[in-house]
Design a protein around this ligand. Structure first.
Ligand SMILES: Nc1ncnc2c1ncn2[C@@H]1O[C@H](COP(=O)(O)OP(=O)(O)OP(=O)(O)O)[C@@H](O)[C@H]1O
Ligand SMILES: [Mg+2]
Length: 455
């Protein structure tokens, strides 16, 4: 270290001066080439013979090749120094990228340089007059070499100034070149990025388009699935209704006669043995009432089974609703609330069938309000479609039953058959209309029937 420090200064007369010429950066690319250029210029100015110049350049090349990591920077310091009474060109190579791997090996004769094309460091050592290594561990390694100057060279201030200028100019040029190269690379990179961005944008646009098409297809698919579901439900309902109709027809017919016999016999017994006992009287009345009810159910089933051909009549629906209401006994605790739009258009239907639709709906509403309530019926003409709403304040329908209401034989009532709504739907759809139910438990239900006027 002492030897190195002393070399930074030159004795000039009694004074000690330092002749630092300059410094340049070794870059991963082009570094050695630039340094060789600088060295060639200053060696020529210092009057080194041709052979010495070649030796200095070769040593510099070998040292930079051996101590510098090709991916990191380093420096070269150019100085004129005096050592052991000799003045010489002093070059200090510093690498900043940590310790030089296998330094000892590189100093041995056996080692080949990284590119396997030059001599090892030991070869460079022979080309110069002095050679020092200062390994600084993780901070890097410094290699200093000296080549003695021709004894008759005059180190004038002008010459020193000129040398400094040479180093500065070439280094500056090299820095500008490097910056230009880096700039060019950045621009190329930017261009590549721009292209990639454009490609991504295009892919994105295509993806958005595909996505939109998929969404359209999905909506279409959902519509078709829904239509299929409706068609399937309708088919199932019709098949079930047809089977029930057939069964009801034959069973109803067979039951009608025995029922008639029961009713007649009761009547006969009443005439023959006038009853005074209240309890017996009450039970005879029960038999009579229930027989009459059974007879009514059978009549309805037979009606349904026979499905007589339509007798189409042009009629005002509101009148039919009023007729339906008249034919069903309204419980006293229920209030009726009618709101019919004026001058409703007539529609062509079989009045018996539409009566049955309204009666089934009204009966359900009454049955849903065992403790009383209000049934509001509204009818209006909605752009060529008649809309009738039956709104009750009854028990409501639990959500899980909503989808099953129109299934034949679905009933939650002890004495219910479960045909009222499925028959109503069948008839309404026959006239190209719709029937829907909205409901909330403990609040009430609303049945909405819509029928086009031009059927
Ligand atoms: N207004 C309503 N409020 C509450 N529940 C209703 C109403 N209308 C229909 N329902 C429910 O729908 C089911 C099916 O009704 P639907 O009229 O088809 O059969 P039902 O009334 O049970 O028997 P029926 O064949 O004698 O009419 C009913 O059992 C009932 O649970
Ligand atoms: Mg019913």
């Amino acid at each position: 270290m002492d030897a190195l420090n002393s070399m930074n200064e030159i004795a000039k007369g009694n004074q000690t001066i330092t002749l630092k010429l300059g410094r340049s950066i070794i870059q991963p690319e082009m570094g050695i080439v630039e340094i060789r250029g600088i060295l060639k210029t200053i060696c020529n100015r210092l009057g080194f013979p041709e052979l010495d110049i070649i030796k200095i350049l070769t040593a510099a090349s070998e040292i930079t090749r051996n101590i510098h990591d090709p991916t990191s920077n380093g420096t070269v310091i150019y100085e004129i120094a005096e050592e052991k009474g000799n003045k010489g060109l002093k070059l200090t190579f510093n690498n900043t990228g940590g310790a030089v791997p296998a330094l000892d090996e590189k100093l041995s004769k056996k080692h080949r340089s990284r590119e396997d094309s030059g001599s090892p460091l030991s070869g460079a050592k022979k080309l110069v007059d002095m050679f020092f290594i200062n390994p600084m561990g993780e901070q890097g390694t410094a290699i200093t070499v000296m080549k003695w100057l021709n004894s008759n060279i005059v180190l004038s201030d002008d010459l020193i100034e000129q040398l400094r200028l040479d180093i500065a100019q070439i280094s500056d040029k090299s820095t500008i070149e490097t910056l230009k190269t880096q700039n060019r690379e950045i621009l190329e990179l930017l261009d590549e990025l721009r292209q990639k961005y454009q490609q991504l944008e295009e892919s994105n646009t295509q993806l958005t388009k595909v996505n939109e098409q998929l969404e359209i297809l999905n909506v279409e698919l959902e519509k078709r699935t829904e239509a299929l579901k409706v068609a399937h439900e309708q088919m199932m309902r019709q098949e079930k209704l047809a089977a029930i109709g057939k069964l009801a027809g034959s069973v109803g017919h067979e039951l009608r006669n025995p029922l008639g016999v029961i009713t007649n016999s009761i009547y006969y017994l009443g005439l023959k043995f006038p009853v005074t006992d209240e309890k017996v009287k009450k039970h005879l009345k029960i038999i009579q009432d229930e027989s009459a009810k059974a007879n009514k159910i059978i009549s309805e089933l037979l009606d349904f089974a026979r499905s007589k051909p339509d007798k189409l009549v042009s009629i005002e629906l509101c009148q039919l609703i009023k007729d339906s209401l008249e034919q069903i006994q309204k419980p006293e605790n229920i209030t009726l609330n009618l709101c019919f739009e004026q001058d409703m258009p007539c529609i062509k239907v079989d009045p018996r069938k539409m009566l049955q639709v309204f009666q089934n709906i009204i009966t359900n509403a009454y049955q849903a309000m065992p403790d009383g309530g209000t049934l509001s019926i509204q009818a209006r003409n909605d752009a060529g479609e008649i809309e009738v709403g039956f709104k009750d304040t009854g028990i409501g329908i639990p959500p899980e039953n909503l989808s099953r209401l129109f299934e034949p034989l679905f009933s939650t009532k002890i004495k219910g058959v479960g045909l009222g709504l499925s028959i109503a739907k069948e008839i309404v759809e026959q006239y190209k209309g719709t029937i829907e139910i909205e409901s909330e438990v403990d609040v009430g239900s609303t049945v909405i029937v819509k029928l086009p006027c031009n059927v």
